[in-house]
Design a protein around this ligand. Structure first.
Ligand code: MG
Length: 376
């Protein structure tokens, strides 16, 4: 059992604005909400506690809802101590709310390191040359043994409580790793992540949002429907004149179905049948653009954007070329995209197989989506 203890008790605002920075909006929600959600969603974390400053109760409730909070102290060290008093887990990860974007992989590395050491912290190598100096540049400082120390820092909870109890309160600690080392205990180093950089100054917010919005995902979809006489032929949201049409529970638009599955795939949200069960009579004869816009709305709800979609129809007939531009325009309109971001291709199977015999039409789709939360 491992707890996450997030220190969010700052009252000042070097970041500017009226609110303490941990409650300022970042990528669409209060900064604190990002790390609280990351820990709450991680399978290795069973308990989340947040230390806030007195008077921040309403802000905390708005930012993190039901997440448990305690009132912190005048310093970071005292805030951690107040949080430790209520932590019920044998291990604890202490984290600064000013590092909003916590990669799952870093949490995993810290937890793994705790199997072999009483403490563990993510670190990053120092890339820049370091030097002492006053008004003019002094001596270079060797950087081979220097590290940028990040959070979340993981500890045996009882050991961290001992470190806090033993600490001389006349001295301020920069972090918990320092306090634990003072006890003579080892703190293992694991690979950190630039996503964990602190957000401190006003200009940091834009940079953090840009980093956050850097995850690209692609996924594929595939669908087949049977060609039958007496059916309408809907392809890519366009009614195509033909002597046969596709049969299915809905309007059987094989193109929009494959594309819907590709979009759902980018957010691992199941498939079209998950959201629109064929057993549900309300989808009988339904226009398939509802399925497509539903998938797009799920992506938008996560702050994502569809960047590009690519479709390959597989059939002997009808000829797709004359309808390509109409399908492209229709799909672009449904997704709110420029037409150049919608690619429509077609191929035959040289009269081989069910598509070659004209028994059905198949469609392959791929979708590329940009999602926030690049670390998760
Ligand atoms: Mg289908």
């Amino acid at each position: 059992m491992t707890a996450a203890l997030i220190v969010a008790a700052g009252t000042g605002s070097r970041a500017g604005g009226d609110l303490p920075k941990q409650f300022q909006s970042l990528a669409g929600k209060p900064m604190l909400a990002h790390s609280a959600a990351a820990f709450a969603a991680h399978p290795g974390i069973s308990e989340v506690v947040v230390a806030i400053a007195p008077g921040q109760e309403a802000l905390a409730r708005a930012a993190i809802g039901d997440v448990r909070w305690v009132i912190g102290g005048a310093t970071r060290r005292e805030s951690v101590a107040n949080g430790l008093a209520v932590v019920g887990s044998a291990r604890v990860l202490v984290h600064d709310a000013a590092r909003p974007f916590v990669p799952d992989a870093v949490i995993g590395r810290v937890l793994a390191a705790l199997d072999g050491a009483p403490g563990a912290t993510p670190v990053l190598a120092v890339a820049d040359t370091l030097a002492r100096g006053d008004a003019v540049l002094g001596d270079t400082v060797g950087r081979n043994e220097l590290w940028r120390v990040q959070t979340p820092q993981g500890f045996d909870t009882a050991m961290l409580r001992r470190a806090h109890a033993a600490w001389d309160p006349r001295e301020e600690a920069t972090d918990d790793a320092q306090m634990v080392r003072r006890l003579g205990e080892a703190v293992a180093m694991v690979q950190g992540d630039p996503m964990l950089d602190k957000v401190t100054h006003p200009e940091d917010f834009a940079g953090a949002e840009a980093r956050l919005r850097s995850e690209w995902r692609s996924a594929t979809g595939f669908d087949v429907h049977r060609l039958e006489t007496g059916e309408e032929l809907w392809l890519g949201g366009v009614l195509v004149p033909h002597d046969k049409g596709l049969s299915g529970h809905s309007d059987a638009d094989v193109v929009l179905h494959a594309l819907t599955d590709a979009l759902l795939g980018t957010i691992a949200a199941g498939d079209i049948g998950t959201h629109f069960p064929p057993s549900d009579p309300q989808w009988k004869g339904a226009a398939s653009h509802h399925f497509l816009t539903h998938a797009a709305a799920l992506i938008a709800a996560r702050g994502g954007e569809v960047s590009f979609v690519d479709l390959t129809l597989i059939c002997e007939e009808p000829k797709i070329g004359p309808h390509r531009a109409a399908m492209q325009a229709r799909i672009a309109a449904l997704l709110g995209l420029a037409a150049e971001r919608v690619s429509i291709k077609a191929t035959t199977t040289e009269r081989l197989g069910f598509t070659g015999r004209g028994e059905g039409i198949a469609c392959q789709a791929s979708a590329t989506v940009r999602l926030p939360g690049g670390m998760r």
